[in-house]
Design a protein around this ligand. Structure first.
Ligand code: HEC
Length: 154
């Protein structure tokens, strides 16, 4: 029974992760592509390719949620970025914490996918492969459980 719960929980987490990422992608396309690309050079703001390895999560969260605060507080990286972007600061977009996390998850994955493309792996298969592995593990566990029950009957 315990393993059963575990299986269902892990499946649930997998699905949530997959959809949180879709959500992040939608937010990015809606609110960020006017000023940012991922791997296609800078627009109004910097190219966000690999930004999740350049900066830590807490910094990213704050930058995306309240870029104006970062500048008001004199954050050294944000101040430098504004200089590099010809004095244009990023505008606060009014995202919720959950939306910011979803966008960060998307950025992380987008950088990974770009890296995969660079090494010649077709990136669009990544989510499918991940979910397939999850389902396979779940099926194996369910199979093991069913097997156990038969033994008990004998
Ligand atoms: C109006 C244009 C604009 C929009 C829209 C915008 N940004 Fe920015 N962004 C900028 C500018 C300009 C900078 C650099 C100056 C600064 O930090 O304020 C920046 C900086 C950043 C940085 C730091 C980059 C680095 O190299 O460290 C991140 C991360 C970022 N933006 C993410 C986002 C995300 C995610 C969204 C959408 C939710 C978004 N931005 C929407 C203009 C924009």
């Amino acid at each position: 029974m315990f393993i059963h719960c575990l299986t269902i929980t892990s499946l649930f987490i997998l699905i949530t992760l997959a959809s949180a990422q879709d959500n992040g992608e939608a937010i990015f396309k809606q609110k960020c592509t006017a000023c940012h690309t991922i791997g296609k050079g800078k627009l109004v703001g910097p190219d966000l390719q690999g930004v999740t390895s350049r900066r830590d999560d807490a910094w990213l969260h704050k930058q995306i949620k309240s870029p104006d605060l970062m500048i008001a507080e004199g954050d050294p990286i944000a101040t430098q970025l504004v200089k590099e972007m010809n004095g244009v600061p990023m505008a606060p977009l009014g995202l919720s914490d959950a939306e910011v996390d979803a966008v960060i998850a998307f950025l992380k994955n987008a950088s990974k996918q770009q890296a995969a493309v660079d090494t010649g792996l077709p990136s669009q298969y990544f989510p499918t492969i991940l979910i397939s592995i999850g389902v396979l593990i779940a099926l194996t566990i369910i199979g093991l459980l069913a097997g156990k029950k038969q033994v008990e009957v004998r």
